[in-house]
Design a protein around this ligand. Structure first.
Ligand code: R5P
Length: 307
């Protein structure tokens, strides 16, 4: 059990991107969230004001860089600034969803290297460590000069599909996901079917070029790091259905679910969509096939181990 002395040594503050998750993390650690006022002026500018003493303390700031991504990033920076100004001894950024991580390379001449810029910003405001969840790529993490910890919710997702895992195969929807899916397949005690997906960088259009493994007659669970438009999962599920799969489920760590993704996923071949709560899914984005599992205990453990 977390002792009182231990609890007093550190505090957790939440930005406004994912307050519900921050609250759950704090509950897991049997403590309250740090008191802070975050307001927006009429023109959209953010102002942050601390409402408690943090001098000499290690402070964790939990903020997902989900939409509105840029606003949430600035908020994270302003929180860091005020905590530093008010004497916090050590700042640790807890970023359950690290936005901008997909822009980890210059794909076409003239493009910026956004992931590196975001890493520089986070470091420059005084964070000494980053704890993130299922960061898009190892490359993205390599831009940080401060220590990083990438928490993988493999066990959480494996438990979420435990009633469906009998005779199932794990599906990697693209090359990038393969390493992760192999790890999850190991936990599930199954093997991997791997899809060869291609995205046109100019139009964003997706194409499936082929599949490694036999999907026919199988129960399949697709694992991906994030659902943005839902396009990757939908096109993969369509393809697998045409290969006569018995049923398709989908799991992803980050449920960004932009625009009409919820409707498209509800209408798709996918029977159930499981995401974690690294990104909040407001009521209006929730749909019948959606199930949300929490990463709060995973983050709470990482915080405890970082003090
Ligand atoms: C791609 O590299 C990512 O891992 C995801 O597969 C992709 O970002 C998901 O986006 P969408 O849902 O728009 O296909």
């Amino acid at each position: 059990m977390t002792s009182l002395i231990f609890m007093k040594k550190f505090r957790i503050f939440s930005g406004s991107a994912n307050h519900a998750l921050a609250k759950k993390v704090a509950q897991n650690l049997k403590m309250d969230l740090g008191k802070v006022e975050i307001v927006r002026f009429a023109d959209g500018e953010c102002r942050v004001r601390l409402e408690e003493e943090v001098e000499g303390k290690t402070v964790f700031v939990l903020q997902s860089l989900c939409p509105p991504v840029d606003e949430n990033l600035v908020e994270l920076c302003l929180l860091a600034d005020t905590l530093k100004r008010n004497g916090a001894q050590k700042l640790i950024a807890v970023v359950p969803y690290l936005g901008y991580a997909r822009q980890d390379k210059v794909n076409r001449k003239g493009e910026c290297l956004s992931t590196q810029v975001v890493a520089r910003i986070i470091e420059s405001v005084g964070f000494e460590k980053l704890i993130a969840v299922d960061v898009h790529s190892e490359k993205a993490l390599s831009f940080f000069k401060i220590p990083t910890e990438n928490l993988l919710p493999d066990q959480v997702l494996a438990e979420a599909v435990s009633s469906d895992k009998k005779n199932c195969l794990a599906v990697s929807p693209d090359e990038g996901a393969l390493k992760r899916v192999r790890q999850i397949a190991k936990i599930l005690g199954t093997t991997v079917v791997s899809i060869d997906k291609e995205r046109d960088l100019l139009t964003g259009k997706l194409k499936i070029k082929g599949v490694k493994g036999d999907a026919s007659g199988q129960n399949l669970i697709i694992f991906d790091d994030m659902i943005t438009s839902g396009g990757t999962l939908i096109i993969a599920a369509d393809f697998l259905a045409r290969q006569k799969a018995a049923g398709v489920l989908a799991c992803a760590t980050h449920g960004l679910l932009v625009k009409d993704a919820p409707l498209a996923l509800q209408k798709s071949e996918i029977k159930k969509v499981i995401v974690t709560d690294t990104v909040p899914v407001p009521k209006e984005k929730q749909f019948k096939k959606l199930e949300i599992v929490t990463v709060a205990p995973l983050i709470a453990r990482a915080i405890e181990n970082s003090v």
